[in-house]
Design a binder for this molecule. Sequence first.
Ligand code: SDX
Length: 424
Amino acid sequence: MSNATLNLNGKTYELPVIVGSENEVGVNVTKLRGTSGAIAYDPGYGNTGSCQSAITFINGEEGILRYRGYPIEQLAKQSSFVEVCYLMVNGKLPNQAEYETFKNTLTRHTLLHEDMKKFFEGYPRGGHPMAVMSSMVTSLSAFYPESDDPEAINLNIIRLIAKFKTLAAFAYKKSIGQPYIYPRNDLSYTGDFLHMMFAVPAEPYEVSPIIEKALDMLLILHVDHEQNCSTSTVRMVGSSQANLFASISAGISALWGPLHGGANQKVLEMLEMIQADGGDYSKYMDMAKDKSSGFRLMGFGHRVYKNFDPRALILKEAADDVLSELGKEDPLLDIARGLEDIALNDDYFVSRKLYPNVDFYSGIIYRALGIPVDMFTVMFALGRLPGWIAQWHEMRNDPSMRINRPRQIYIGEGARDYVSIDKR
Ligand code: SDX
């Protein structure tokens, strides 16, 4: 594709163009400041590519999401979370021997160093588990120091995927004052997490295959989403050559925000608020359209998807299936459906291309699975972990990558002299 041409201050600049494997076009501005003295300006980075990546492809107009080329619809129905973890980190689906080795290696690394249990003791019971997770993940670097040796990095990747679910379950048990349940090697990755979350020493806990399968699919749906806020944070921190654990910890903190992964908890709280208020969701739709209300329809809208979020379609169908398979009903699902029906026919939402996103229905399924609301975003982080790791690893192995250091347009005061306090 021919260069882009920029006319600026009476001069013309030729800017090279790059085209991706799905024909996405990028104007390469890496030399823009050096040649023209000007920078590109794009607050929120909605029109800026930070990297070239071979991990995840999204087409927001057509509602396409693929991990390493595989459509999310196929992976959600046919794969497993552990297999998708292998796919994201290694770039290909494992054969049977590779899968067994990977699965068994993860199983061997689920235990935490016993000294880490002391960290949990310092947290107040009501502390949000995302605060615990971000600090615990960073603390792993105190036990497993980083090295540039690829084998050491690969072992830390295994440790992180294996121990993250133990940290999450321990954080939950601490929050409810129950004893920690240790990992079991005879259970699947997801089954072991459920066991650590809900088993109690006094009685056996049988992992429900329905719940295990539903949670595994939920985790797959959250694995990666190209350069979203938290993944970009992981890359930003990792670009300084900060270690894997510190970089992922930063991603956990970014995900926590209610505009990002924290939205799944906010959706449930919103649905409960509407239910408590008599279920009159049209009142809340009016509030969502009134900027002065400060109310947003949580779980709606997306920077990239402008027709539908393919994950939301899968989750909407799964919500029905999981509830019926568990023999449960949830009035919040009816409220969610009513909100969606109104929004999809309301010009405010249609004109702004606001549709349900991944967070709109996920919370209803987590709730049906028995996951407490303040663990919803931890579940998002558990699912997103392999994507963050794959993106961090891709960046670290990219010889062209430099420390991320955006520029700015200064709008502050001009130069002025210091005045002593007695003269101000
Ligand atoms: C995730 O990037 C990713 O890939 C993220 C994610 C992933 O997998 O990593 O998909 C996960 O974070 C999903 C999004 C979860 N967040 C929410 O559900 C919170 C509610 N949604 C929004 O706050 C918002 O839609 C965002 C944050 C998702 C997108 O924000 P944008 O792209 O910056 O859009 P915007 O805020 O500029 O909104 C554009 C317009 C505005 O109105 P106008 O100024 O044009 O009049 O749409 C309005 C907004 O006020 N709008 C909403 C709305 N979302 C946008 N109005 C009411 N309710 C909403 N939810």
